[in-house]
Design a protein around this ligand. Structure first.
Ligand SMILES: Cc1cc2nc3c(=O)[nH]c(=O)nc-3n(C[C@H](O)[C@H](O)[C@H](O)COP(=O)(O)O)c2cc1C
Length: 173
């Protein structure tokens, strides 16, 4: 099972729109793809789950992570890297079994022109620490406001081509 992680807790994020697009395309390709948004993290997370006091609210999220073999992280660029809430989420998950010897694909999203290249590199380091195997083809979607149409679909020919290629490779990965 693939789980797409929309890796920000910002309401109305472009990251969530890109995550929904990936989910739709993966399902059209016949893959089972769920979507977990970090907007759904319990607000008490830091006081409860971060250091081992598992909350009833986080338990279903942990179950999704445990059952997932492949993670597709859609990661916005915040202050030149990945969002802090993504690291809090990773730190709150059961270690090491949540991500150990599993697989990941990474997509960077930014309003600026770099598509979160640095944040994707930073997060790749975290994945390697966790023994979470990262697929070599990582995508960087810059200038996100010009990439989504009125229905929140990616529409530019090269973006559609490269995201499709990434999804096809991830299904086989
Ligand atoms: C806290 C914060 C920091 C940000 N820092 C950057 C940045 O360093 N570089 C950049 O290109 N965009 C930056 N942005 C803009 C985001 O890349 C932009 O909002 C984009 O739509 C992806 O984020 P979103 O999924 O929250 O919408 C930042 C946005 C926020 C909320």
């Amino acid at each position: 099972m693939i789980t797409i992680i929309s890796s920000t807790s910002r309401p109305g994020s472009n990251t969530f729109k890109v995550a929904k697009y990936y989910q739709k395309r993966l399902q059209e390709k016949g893959a089972e793809a769920g979507l977990l948004s970090l907007t759904d993290l319990p607000p008490t997370l830091i006081a409860t789950d971060l250091y081992g006091k598992r909350s009833a609210e986080f338990e279903p999220i942990q179950q999704i992570i445990t059952q997932t073999d492949k993670f597709l992280f859609i990661i916005p660029e915040y202050n030149g890297s990945f969002p802090g809430v993504l690291k809090v989420f990773i730190d709150a998950c059961d270690f090491p079994e949540s991500f150990y010897e599993k697989k990941a694909a990474l997509v960077g999203v930014s309003s600026g022109k770099y598509g979160n290249i640095r944040g994707i590199d930073h997060f790749t380091g975290v994945c390697h620490y966790l023994s979470l195997h990262v697929m070599p083809l990582k995508l960087h979607i810059a200038n996100i406001k010009t990439e989504l149409d009125a229905d929140a679909n990616l529409f530019k020919e090269d973006t559609v081509k490269f995201t499709d290629e990434q999804m096809d490779k991830f299904i086989k990965f």
